[in-house]
Design a protein around this ligand. Structure first.
Ligand code: SF4
Length: 762
């Protein structure tokens, strides 16, 4: 049997290296959006979808989870370039029919790049891969559900099955999915947030009593200072730049903390403002702190030490002592620990000078409306949870939470990843949720916690889990330790993917495999009760509707809720307590069930129909902290100081500008000046010189963990403005280097942002 490649091909595609951009968005973003619509969509669909995208009662963008304005939405277009790329990807005019699979074997397709696989068009029919066969074939929905039911019922225990969720799944589908999985008998509900903001959830729950951010969109407009750490919104949350511009126009200041000088954070050319387009845009960042990889806790500690000094010089002007006394717990222990560090030690560990850090302290010392925003650059480290808790320590010292213009702002990268967790997609469900399910539905849900993503991979690798079901996503490309994860999936008896497009996970399969094509966000969803809408929750806890406008791209597609219902009936048969047919006949029935189980969804069906949706309760936003002590908790945190030898580097995996998670829209990374190539390693020129490496030289990247070497071959060296000792690569190409065991303490989030690697000449 020919080798099936779990990693993207190692060939190069013809790199061009140009100047990095000095500003984000602007005309290039408009042209790129138009080009994607022209190339992949038919004109009528492009117009129909783009005029409804993120509008009230319209389509929720399947990209990131950046909120829409509560008030007026832009008539010109309430979306960004990457939002358009996301819908052009889903509403493509290309169709992927069964004859394609008859022509192309699994092994052959595995030699294609992720870009090529993704551009093959929308899946049109359910497909099965029988054991020992290397071509997918069509299968009926009925037979597909029977096969799933048969395999699940045949397991010795429900805990031998894994049910993964990707963050695009709607509230309605996610709620039904967890209900089915728990009635089936397991809590094996790993999801993509295990790999991204789980560290945020853990760190925030411990300190302020809720695993979500506390700010609203309007708070960013009113903030006096916004600190942006480990986040690149220019590519990953582009509409955030408009909010930052509003903050600047209102006199606010922006501090950016990142190993890379990301163009979108330095300057923003608002495409909706002819004046800004003509005059070069708005300068965003006032102070850029080019921290070394994983130097964030050291930086925050240094800032807090200096704030203590400032407080001594101006008592009562710097720290919010009233807030600290009345609203927090653990301050003394925290301060005693903080004083153990020397400023020199912290400057060294952060990679920054005292004067740089002092400038940051000068910007915040007399301010209280302070917001800290972050993304994967803080969460994907062994000390990921420590990073989040240290962010909270700084805000608590300043009393900058639970008031307007201040607070925490973890920015979610997937449109409904927060909603899925709220719906119960959680391997470690709270007792309250399980008690409610038992009392409302009359079955006993399992109480033992299930597998997070890294546990699920290990269980499949150890052959303790035999069935893998994925609701969306591209598991093999999103997860660490690619070759090990591939073996894990290939150990399964059955792998099932609910998808809209072909991706590499369909090629890394169990003995048998199924691809179940579902409706996308842009498509109309008709059920027995008529046309349906779904709902999602954005990064700021707003729940609102999303309704498709295009006819389904194939008559054989089912909605995600209908797929769950089909699987549930085939698996549970007469033992089920749920009327699945009724649930999916009208999604109001699902929302009524959600209202009965999940706090904060009172009058769900009525309130979700409000044009702007509704905010979920958020104690931290109101200054009420639902922790054990009933107060916000100061905590003691640690940072990892890496001792690197001369040929070792700390690698961060990043997205290019033409990428959304594992979806590759194109091969360019316009802001960073890298074109037509993804196998690149961004290096500091001094490090290149020290190791006698040249621009565009081909190298192998090697990581070693637990005595196992992992190699990513044939990467091209790109000189870049990055701190010495640090390098950056794109995922999924570099995920093979991230050991499964390298995880954040407590949250088990893969530590993809601080992996020690060697760079070897080829
Ligand atoms: S900012 Fe995010 S949610 Fe908004 S249009 Fe862009 S990708 Fe979509």
């Amino acid at each position: 049997m020919k080798k099936i490649h779990a990693q993207p091909p190692e060939d190069h595609t013809g790199i061009k290296i140009k100047k990095t951009s000095k500003t984000g968005v602007g005309m290039p973003a408009i042209l790129s959006s138009l080009e994607h619509m022209r190339k992949y969509m038919n004109a009528a669909d492009a117009l129909k979808v783009s005029t409804k995208l993120n509008q009230k009662g319209g389509i929720d963008c399947p990209g990131c989870a950046w909120p829409d304005p509560d008030d007026d939405r832009s008539r010109l277009g309430e979306y960004c370039e990457n939002g358009i790329k996301a819908i052009a990807e889903e509403a493509t005019k290309k169709r992927l029919k069964p004859d394609f699979f008859a022509k192309h074997s699994i092994a052959e397709l595995s030699e294609w790049s992720d870009f090529q696989l993704g551009k093959t068009g929308r899946l049109t029919e359910p497909m099965i891969l029988e054991e020992g066969v290397d071509h997918y074939q069509p299968i009926s929905w009925e037979k597909a559900f029977q096969l799933i039911g048969h395999e699940l019922k045949g397991l010795d225990s429900p805990d031998e099955a894994v049910f993964y969720t990707s963050g695009r799944t709607s509230n309605e589908a996610a709620f039904l999915y967890q209900l089915f999985v728990r009635e089936y008998g397991t809590n094996n509900l790993p999801d993509c947030s295990n790999m991204c903001h789980e560290s945020s959830g853990k760190g925030l729950s411990q300190t302020v009593g809720i695993g979500k951010g506390s700010v609203r969109l309007t708070d960013l407009y009113e903030a006096e200072v916004i600190i942006i750490m480990g986040q690149n919104p220019g590519t990953n949350h582009p509409r955030m730049l408009s909010a930052l511009e509003k903050c600047k126009l209102n006199g606010g200041k922006i501090i950016t903390v990142n190993p890379l000088p990301e163009a979108g954070l330095m300057n923003f050319t608002n495409p909706q403002s002819p004046v800004k387009m003509a005059t070069g845009g708005t300068k965003l960042t006032d102070l850029f702190l080019q921290v070394k990889v994983n130097g964030d806790v050291a930086l925050l500690k240094a800032m807090m030490l200096l704030l203590l000094e400032e407080e001594k010089n101006a008592p009562g002007k710097v720290l919010d002592k009233d807030f600290i006394i009345s609203k927090t717990n653990g301050y003394e222990d925290f301060i005693n620990d903080l004083k153990k560090y020397s400023l020199d030690q912290l400057c060294e560990a952060s990679g920054l000078s005292k004067s740089e850090i002092l400038r940051a302290v000068d910007l915040i010392k007399y301010k209280e409306k302070i917001i800290i925003c972050w993304a994967m650059g803080l969460t994907q480290h062994q000390n990921g949870v420590d990073n989040i808790r240290e962010v909270v320590n700084l805000l608590l010292m300043k009393g900058s939470i639970g008031k307007r213009g201040a607070g925490t702002c973890p920015v979610r990268g997937h449109s409904n990843v927060q909603g899925d967790r709220t719906m119960g997609i959680w391997e470690a469900p709270p007792k309250k949720l399980l008690d409610k399910i038992e009392s409302v539905f009359g079955f006993k849900p399992p109480r033992e916690h299930g597998f997070a993503v890294v546990d699920a991979i290990q269980a499949m690798y150890d052959k303790k889990a035999k069935v893998f079901f994925a609701m969306g996503g591209n598991f093999i490309s999103a997860t660490p330790d690619t070759e090990l994860t591939a073996k894990a999936l290939q150990n399964c008896d059955l792998t099932v993917h609910v998808s809209t497009k072909l991706n590499r996970s369909h090629l890394i399969h169990g003995k048998r495999a199924l691809i179940l094509p579902c409706l996308g966000r842009t498509e109309q969803d008709y059920q027995a009760g008529g046309e349906q809408f779904v709902s999602v929750e954005n990064s700021m806890g707003v729940v609102h509707t999303s309704q498709g406008v295009l006819p389904p791209s194939s008559e054989h597609l089912l909605s995600e809720p209908a797929i769950v219902a089909g699987m549930a009936m085939a698996t549970l048969g007469n033992r089920t307590k749920i009327d699945w047919i009724n649930m999916i006949s009208n999604y109001d029935n699902i929302r009524n069930a959600i209202e009965a189980i999940i706090p904060g969804f009172e009058n769900y069906n009525e309130r979700v129909r409000q044009p702007e949706g509704f905010y979920l309760p958020n104690g931290a936003r109101e200054g009420t902290f639902n922790t054990k002590s009933g107060k916000a908790e100061f905590t003691i945190n640690h940072f990892t100081d890496f001792e690197l030898n001369s040929n070792e580097y700390l690698m961060i995996t990043i997205r290019s500008h033409d990428q959304y998670n594992t979806t590759i829209y194109g091969l360019d990374d316009r802001y960073r000046g890298i074109y037509n190539e993804r196998r690149v390693v961004l290096m500091n020129k001094k490090d290149m010189k020290k190791n006698n490496l040249n621009k565009k030289e081909s190298v192998n990247l090697v990581s070693e963990y637990d005595g196992v070497e992992r190699v990513a071959r044939n990467f091209l060296v790109v000189p870049y403005d990055i701190p010495e000792g640090c390098v950056a690569t794109y995922f999924p190409e570099a995920n093979v280097l991230v050991p499964l065991g390298l995880q954040a303490r407590v949250s088990k989030t893969p530590a993809s942002k601080s992996v020690v690697i060697r760079i070897n000449k080829r």
